[in-house]
Design a protein around this ligand. Structure first.
Ligand SMILES: [Zn+2]
Length: 634
């Protein structure tokens, strides 16, 4: 084990040391040009500055300056506006950690401004507690105070890990101490309406070793589900306050709340060695993936309460799939992956990264999907803007520059900035390749170089140098990758899909080639997913494909198109093409229900159309789109 290096080895977002596998540091992962390297560059070049501009323009930064000045001010933005600045600080910190100082001055300025607003007792929120404001802790349902604190703690830990500076971490300790005194055993018997502080407290414990922060995370976790949040029309499940985390069978209620809570619970389970809690979370993950998750990995099918639907309620045209839920799903799966070392968690991470996280930002990094529908029936209408020119609600507005509730863009920013830490893991005797990303990854056992243009092709070249003798290389073979091949020293093997291929005793300078099958695949849904029965989707590698109206023959409408009974997906000119037919024009005088037709496919016009990568849709002007396509005659 190489302990002598001067490189910072402790900059992983989740310093999770007690599981089956361990993360490597952001500082030890250098992405090279490729699918994710390009997005990390986009983040550095555009997304972070864009987010900072909007947060400044809308006065969300000014809130802190005014709070520090002590003079009366009108708070701008929503209850959780503070947290967006914290996520931005976290994003820039990971940029620093990976060696990019593009935004170092901005980071210093934001940290100064934020810390100046912290009160002597550690409390820090710009909307509550001043004489002209609502009192502190007067709204646990919607106030988001502890939620904002959680993001502050995560940002402070990231800042400390990236820069080595103490000042923000000191602020975090003061804030966490305040919380522990007020909400500890025997204190206020309350939890925040939005889980998040649990994650921050555990990470602060990992960074400082102060046990009371972990204990306080446990207290919040065990307190949720005991009905401390006042009743609301959305019901107790909305806040996951309907039952205790360890008693639940599936994720329910508000999707981002549920997933942040689950990620925090997985952290607590790991650090307290709570096997029962971890098993409960594994079961919940499994059942949620089997019954409440979209093909894209998206989660949440309710628009009104941004919540999970019941089992198999997965309508593609009402999929909410908030970008933040995709980020939070990655966070939850990542913790279970570290705890168990099981490939299925890395599989879902890959699906969510390619089809939710990568979908949100536009090509120029200056507009974002908030919700990620799987079926856009009508072209996006002009969004409703407030007096500041931002979108009031992001549910159905297409990619937009900014939102009144702008949780998603900085969540994308912090995920892309830290993405290098999610690619490779290690344990005492092996290195795991979890994701296929071009770059150089320094583990304690070896330097791993990955060269690939994945997912354009399925060829992944892996070279290991500076190898600890006897170490193994474990390569995740995605569950869709039946027929994968591994070439090593002239031998070719066919590893099973859905598990790790284990290569024992890799040697110095050894080169290994993985070839993943990238032929387009037809996918059907379980019959219980009623909303897409009779439809098929097409996937290629980790990418979900979609049919977008701009690719249809002249004059055809999206809702007139069905797949031919044998759609014969084939690759041509860099796209996947399928055979489709045009349904008869709808007759508005006719009743749309009839006996099943016996010759439904007769007299239909056929065509071959190119599918678009789902994450690239809505980049070519107004359009409609669908992932699930009906099959002619079904
Ligand atoms: Zn969001």
């Amino acid at each position: 084990v190489n302990n002598s290096s001067a490189r910072r080895t402790d900059t992983a977002p989740v310093a999770f040391r007690s599981g089956a596998v361990r993360p490597i540091a952001v500082a030890d992962a250098h992405l090279e040009p490729g699918f994710w390297g390009a997005r990390q560059e986009l983040n550095d070049r555009a997304i972070i500055a864009h987010a900072a501009e909007w947060m400044t323009r809308l006065g969300w930064v000014r809130n802190f300056e005014d709070a520090a000045s002590g003079s009366r001010y009108e708070h701008r933005g929503r209850e959780f506006a503070d947290s967006e600045i914290y996520k931005l600080i976290e994003a820039i910190s990971w940029e620093i950690a990976r060696g990019r100082d593009t935004h170092a001055a901005l980071l210093n300025r934001l940290v100064d401004i934020v810390l100046a607003a912290q009160e002597p007792d550690g409390y820090l929120h710009t909307l509550f507690g001043r004489p002209w404001q609502r009192p502190r802790y007067s709204d646990f349902q919607w106030g988001h105070e502890l939620y904002c604190f959680g993001h502050f703690l995560q940002a402070a830990v990231a800042h400390h890990r990236a820069t080595g500076e103490e000042r923000m971490l000191e602020g975090a300790r003061a804030l966490a101490d305040h919380v522990c005194v007020l909400f500890g055993p025997g204190g206020l018997n309350r939890v925040c309406g939005h889980a998040e502080i649990e994650l921050g407290l555990v990470e602060l414990y990992r960074e400082t070793g102060v046990r009371r922060y972990l204990d306080q995370a446990s207290v919040f976790l065990e307190r949720r589900g005991t009905g401390t949040i006042p009743l609301h029309e959305f019901g107790r499940a909305f806040w996951q306050d309907d039952m205790k985390v360890r008693d639940a069978e599936v994720l329910r209620g508000h999707a981002v709340r549920a997933l942040y809570l689950s990620a925090g619970a997985a952290d607590v389970a790991a650090e307290t060695d709570d096997v029962e809690l971890r098993s409960a979370l594994e079961r919940q993950w499994q059942r949620t993936v089997a019954r409440r998750t979209y093909l894209t990995g998206g989660m949440g099918s309710h628009h009104m309460d941004e919540a999970f639907g019941d089992d198999f309620v997965l309508p593609p045209d009402r999929s909410y799939c908030e970008t933040c839920a995709g980020v939070a799903s990655v966070m939850f799966s990542w913790r279970l992956l570290l705890a168990t070392g099981e490939a299925k968690y890395a599989d879902l991470i890959e699906r969510s990264l390619f089809n939710v996280v990568a979908t949100s930002p536009s090509e120029d990094g200056r507009a974002f999907f908030y919700a990620n529908t799987l079926h856009q029936r009508v072209e996006h209408s002009l969004p409703s803007l407030n007096e500041d020119g931002v979108v009031i609600r992001g549910g159905a507005a297409g990619r937009q520059a900014w939102f009144e509730v702008s949780c998603c863009p900085p969540n994308v920013a912090r995920t892309l900035a830290s993405l290098g830490a999610y690619v490779v893991t290690e344990n005492d005797d092996a290195i795991q390749i979890q994701q296929f990303v071009a770059g150089v990854f320094q583990t304690s056992h070896a330097t791993v170089r990955v060269a690939t243009d994945y997912p354009l092709s399925g060829t992944v070249e892996i070279e290991v140098d500076a190898v600890t003798p006897g170490v193994s290389l474990e390569i995740r073979i995605p569950s869709w990758a039946e027929g994968a091949r591994i070439r090593r020293a002239g031998d070719e093997t066919a590893p099973p899909a859905g598990d790790y291929a284990r290569l024992l005793g890799v040697g110095e300078g050894e080169r290994i080639t993985l070839v993943l099958p990238m032929q387009p695949r037809i996918t059907r849904a379980d019959d219980r997913v009623d909303a897409v029965r009779g439809c098929l989707a097409v996937e290629r590698g980790p990418e979900v494909l979609a049919l977008e109206s701009v690719d249809l023959p002249e004059g055809w409408l999206l809702d007139e198109v069905a797949l031919a009974s044998d759609p014969a997906p084939a690759e041509r000119d860099g796209s996947v093409w399928v055979d489709v037919v045009r349904l008869p024009q709808i007759d508005d005088a006719a009743w749309p229900y009839a006996r099943p037709a016996t010759d439904a496919a007769a007299d239909r016009t056929g065509a071959s159309v190119a599918l678009v990568r789902y994450h690239e849709w809505a980049e070519r002007g107004p359009s409609t789109m669908r992932v699930w396509i009906p099959v002619s005659g079904m």
